[in-house]
Ligand binder design. Structure first.
Ligand code: GLA
Length: 371
């Protein structure tokens, strides 16, 4: 590729707490990280987009007159974003060449998909002077995920990828999209991700199922004469009173949502008061709920979380993201980290015959144009 006109860096994200809460209208605490995807773009004076992925060692082309979903998942990120930009601004995109390269592990729960979608939207905005706002980029990326990739995700990942701020978590209200930046001061601890390196095949279907279970629960409660907009705003007492009307699993899902939303508020206060011990309890509590009530964990994730409970090296650990594989998030004492990684990697390999990958994450800025 000739020298790129535009280079975009688009980060992955972590989520401190507030899992499966974004599509239920509650509060979440994500942050953009320093791992991400680099996109290099050039206009090419044609009607074709040529895309090359260094990591997949794959190249494909898109005819701008015919943007439809593909069988190949990663192609859909481009197709989806182009499709929704064309819907919003017909005729605005011309042919371009794009090369992507990533140091963000795929299927790890660090949201490589949102990083790619937001990166593409930001790149096309810069290349063709589209005048997209951050919210436009977030919405286009989310719509691409819903309609071309097939995950009915919430808004957290895209929001964090676009609006992330170095050194800060974001307390995001997913109903109003109001955000407060909260300093991520964890010293003498830091954030460690442990990637199980498994992604169970039911991740997408079960994710969509959780979403519809929550929608069903909301519908059943509102049928009693209420008008709640989302599960996170239903008082606990109303869900308890209507327990007999709800399928057991639906009741459990809703209970989890209310408890997790409360934990997010507690975790935020703990962070503001520098009470890291309390933050750790919230994080362990989140994992228990995700495992037992929301049922989105798996053996590998539970093993990694349980392993941390032996001493005080880790203040809190939990599965992160959609579930059924991917990473655990750990708040770990810096000076004990190396020994801990060594021990847990050996134990994990012994049990699952799979290597673990450890990432010490730094909180970085959102998607940006490097040139
Ligand atoms: C995935 C989705 C997000 C969010 C998380 C779970 O990452 O893309 O919208 O629902 O799962 O918190």
């Amino acid at each position: 590729m000739q020298d790129p006109m535009l280079t975009i860096k688009s980060p992955g994200r972590i989520n401190l707490i507030g899992e499966h809460i974004d599509y239920n209208g509650g509060e979440v605490m994500p942050a953009a990280i320093d791992l991400g995807i680099l996109l290099k773009l050039n206009v090419n004076d044609s009607n074709t987009c040529n895309i090359h992925s260094v990591d997949y060692e794959d190249t494909f082309s898109i005819d701008l007159e015919e943007v439809v979903p593909s069988e190949i998942e990663w192609h859909n990120y481009f197709l989806g974003v182009i499709y929704f930009i064309q819907q919003k601004l017909p005729g605005s995109i011309k042919g371009f060449d794009c090369t992507i390269e990533s140091n963000l592990p795929i299927g790890s729960g660090m949201s490589s998909s949102a990083a790619l979608e937001c990166g593409i939207a930001k790149g096309l905005d810069g290349l063709f002077d589209l005048g997209l706002t951050n919210l436009d980029i977030i919405t286009i990326a989310r719509d691409a995920e819903h309609h071309f990739v097939g995950t009915k995700c919430g808004i957290m990942d895209q929001f964090a990828v676009v609006n992330g701020k170095k050194g800060h978590f974001m307390k995001l209200n997913c109903q109003t999209l109001e955000v407060e930046y909260v300093k991520a001061d964890l010293d003498p601890y830091e954030l460690l991700l442990l990637n199980t390196n498994v992604e169970h095949s039911l991740a997408t279907s079960e994710y969509n199922k959780r979403r519809s279970e929550c929608e069903q629960g909301l519908h059943l409660i509102n049928a009693q004469g209420y008008d709640f907009k989302d599960v996170a705003h239903i008082p606990h007492s109303i869900i308890d009173e209507n327990k007999h009307r709800l399928p057991v699993k639906t009741f459990n899902r809703m209970k989890f949502v209310l408890e997790e939303n409360q934990r997010t508020a507690m975790a935020n206060n703990a962070l503001l008061n520098n009470d890291l011990q309390a933050l750790g309890w919230c994080i362990y509590g989140s994992h228990e709920g995700l495992k037992n009530l929301y049922e989105v964990s798996c053996e590998e994730l539970d093993f990694l979380v349980d392993f941390t409970r032996v001493d005080d090296t880790v203040l809190g650990a939990r599965m992160m993201g959609g579930g059924f594989g991917g990473c655990t998030l750990n708040i770990i004492r810096k000076n004990k980290k190396d020994d801990f990684i060594d021990q847990i990697s050996k134990a994990y390999f012994k049990k699952f015959k799979t290597d673990l990958t450890a990432y010490t994450v730094k909180i970085g800025d959102g998607v940006r144009n490097l040139k």
